[in-house]
Design a protein around this ligand. Structure first.
Ligand code: BES
Ligand code: ZN
Ligand code: ZN
Length: 463
C-alpha cells in the first residue's frame, strides 16, 4: 500500500474519528469505541469510526478503530482512502502512530487460498498527522514484518517446512544481517539431539537458524531472541485429538515472530546487537518418530526422559537456548513459543504468559507490551516447579510430575529455565495470542496475528 502525507485530500473516501461528545455532528452515530458507520455527502464517502468518551480514551482505541475502518473501506472496494489524524487526549505522535499502525494491520488479509481475491485499498492519504516521513516509513516497515509473520503462520504446513523457514532466513541476509543455518547432519554432529529427536519422524528434516544483527558495534552486548518453530505439531506418537490438531500449523508462530523481528531490524537499523535463533522442526507421527520413555542427551549435556512426545516445544527451545548461550554469550534472552494449551486456559487469547528469572527484564517486556497493545502477564516460577521436572532415570523429564496439566505453563517454563541457567531471561508463551480462532478484533485478524513482532521491536527501541 502506498502511503502519502497530503495537505488536502484528493481521495473521495474519508476515515473520520468521532468522540462520543461530538456526535451532534453525526446525530445518529453513537460513536462507541468499537463502532464504525458509513455516511454519504454528495460523491464523498465518510467512514465514521467511534472513539467512545474522551475521558476513557487511549491510543489503543485509535489503533483498533483505524483497523476496523480500513476493513470497511476495503469492503466498500475503495482504492484511495484519506485518514484525518484526530485531535485526541495525550501525545499526538503516539496517537497518530497507533492510528497508522492500526490502519496498516487492519488492511491485512490472507487471501492466498481465495479464488476470488478480496478488494484492497491501494493508496492511503494522511492528513493532519503529527508524524515525520521517517516515522511513517518505520511504522510501515514494522507492519510489513507483522504481516510477513502472519503469512508464514497462515500458510499450509506442507509449504512452511523447516527448510522453507531456513530459506526465508537466508533470503533476509544482507550487509547488516548475518545468517547461518545448521541442517540435520550438523545438528546431530554438534549434539543438538533433543531437536534432532523431535524432528526424526518427519520427512521434512529440522533446521536451526542463527541471524545476527549488529547495530551497536562488535563490543556491545548481545540480546538473544529465540523462536519455537514447530512447523506442524501432530503431538508425535502421543498423538493429538482431531480438534487439538486442527490449528497446529500455528506452532511455528514464535519462529515467524523472530524472523519478522530480524527482517525489520535490518531495515530500521537501531543501535542494538540482536542474535535471533530459530529451532525449526516438524513433530510427526511415524515409524521413526521419537518414543515416549526414551532418554536423549541435550546440547547442554543434561539428559532428558521423554514422558510425552507432545511436549516437544521445550525440547527444541532447550537446545536452541543452550546453543545460543554457548556460541553467542547473550546478555539477555527472550523466547517466543506457542508452548502450552494451559496458557490459553489461564490467560485466554488476548494476553500472553511470561515466565522470567529477572524482574527488570519482565518490567521492560511488560511496558513494551502495554505500549503496543500486545499484552503480557507474568506467572511465578518456584522451586517446586523446577523439582517437578526432575527425572528418576535421567536429569530431567519433559513433563511435570504434577497431576494432569497442573501449572502447565509454569512447568514448561521451568524446563527451559534449566538451560537458561543464570542468564536474565523471559519466556513468552504465545499459545493463545499468536492465533485468533474467534473473529477479528480491530487490528487483530482471525487466524495468525503476528503477536510479538511489535512488542519486541518496541522493547528494542527500534520504532
Ligand atoms: N503446541 C502445543 C501447545 C499449544 C496448544 C499451542 C494449543 C497452541 C494451542 C504444545 O507443543 C503442546 O502440545 N503442549 C501440550 C503440553 C503437554 C503435553 C505437557 C499441551 O499444552 O497440552
Ligand atoms: Zn506438542
Ligand atoms: Zn507444540
Amino acid at each position: 500500500m502506498k502511503i502519502v502525507p497530503v495537505k488536502k485530500a484528493t481521495a473521495d473516501s474519508h476515515i473520520v474519528f468521532v468522540f462520543d461528545e461530538k456526535k451532534k455532528d453525526w446525530p445518529d452515530f453513537e460513536a462507541a469505541d468499537d463502532e464504525v458507520a458509513i455516511c454519504y455527502d454528495g460523491d464523498k464517502t465518510f467512514i465514521l469510526a467511534g472513539l467512545g468518551k474522551k475521558g476513557d480514551f487511549s491510543s489503543h482505541i485509535l489503533r483498533s478503530q483505524a483497523a476496523r475502518a480500513m476493513k470497511k473501506a476495503a469492503k466498500l472496494k475503495r482504492k484511495k482512502i484519506c485518514i484525518f489524524g484526530p485531535d485526541a487526549p495525550g501525545e499526538a505522535k503516539v496517537n497518530h502512530a497507533a492510528c497508522l499502525e492500526g490502519a496498516l494491520l487492519g488492511a491485512y488479509s490472507f487471501d492466498r487460498h481465495k479464488s476470488e481475491k478480496p478488494e484492497s485499498v491501494k493508496e492511503l492519504q494522511l492528513t493532519d498527522f503529527a508524524l515525520s516521513s521517517t516515522e511513517v516509513k518505520n511504522i510501515q516497515t514494522v507492519c510489513d514484518a507483522v504481516c510477513f509473520a502472519r503469512d508464514l503462520v497462515n500458510d499450509n504446513a506442507h509449504s512452511i517446512t523447516p527448510e522453507r523457514l531456513a530459506r526465508e532466513a537466508l533470503d533476509m541476509a544482507d550487509d547488516s544481517l548475518k545468517v547461518k543455518v545448521l541442517d540435520e547432519k550438523m545438528l546431530k554432529k554438534e549434539g543438538l539431539s533433543l531437536m534432532a529427536a523431535v524432528g526424526q519422524g518427519s520427512v521434512y528434516p529440522p533446521r536451526l537458524m542463527v541471524m545476527e544483527y549488529s547495530g551497536a558495534g562488535p563490543k556491545a552486548k548481545k540480546i538473544a531472541l529465540i523462536g519455537k518453530g514447530v512447523t506442524f505439531d501432530s503431538g508425535g506418537l502421543n498423538l493429538k485429538s482431531n480438534e487439538g490438531m486442527l490449528t497446529m500449523r500455528l506452532d511455528m508462530a514464535g519462529a515467524a515472530a523472530v524472523l519478522g523481528i530480524m527482517k525489520a531490524l535490518a531495515v530500521l537499523k537501531p543501535a542494538v546487537n540482536v542474535v535471533g535463533v530459530v529451532g525449526a522442526v516438524q513433530n510427526a507421527m511415524d515409524a521413526k518418530a521419537y518414543f515416549p520413555g526414551d532418554v536423549y542427551r541435550s546440547y547442554a549435556g543434561k539428559t532428558v526422559e521423554i514422558i510425552n512426545t507432545d511436549a516437544e516445544g521445550r525440547l527444541v527451545l532447550a537446545d536452541a537456548v543452550a546453543y545460543c548461550r554457548k556460541n553467542y554469550s547473550p546478555e539477555r534472552i527472550v523466547d517466543f513459543a506457542t508452548l502450552t494449551g494451559a496458557c490459553i486456559i489461564a490467560l485466554g487469547e488476548t494476553v500472553a504468559g511470561v515466565i522470567s528469572n529477572n524482574d527488570n527484564l519482565y518490567d521492560e517486556i511488560f511496558a513494551a507490551g502495554e505500549a503496543v497493545a500486545e499484552r503480557v502477564w507474568r506467572l511465578p516460577l518456584y522451586p517446586e516447579h523446577k523439582k517437578a521436572m526432575k527425572s528418576d532415570i535421567a536429569d530431567l523429564r519433559n513433563l511435570a510430575k504434577f497431576k494432569r496439566g497442573y501449572a502447565g505453563t509454569i512447568t514448561g517454563g521451568a524446563f527451559i529455565a534449566e538451560f537458561v541457567e543464570d542468564t536474565p531471561w523471559a519466556h513468552i508463551d504465545i499459545a493463545g495470542t499468536a492465533f485468533n480462532e474467534s473473529s477479528a478484533r480491530g487490528e487483530v485478524p482471525k487466524f495468525a496475528t503476528g503477536f510479538g513482532v511489535r512488542l519486541a521491536l518496541k522493547w528494542l527501541g527500534a520504532y
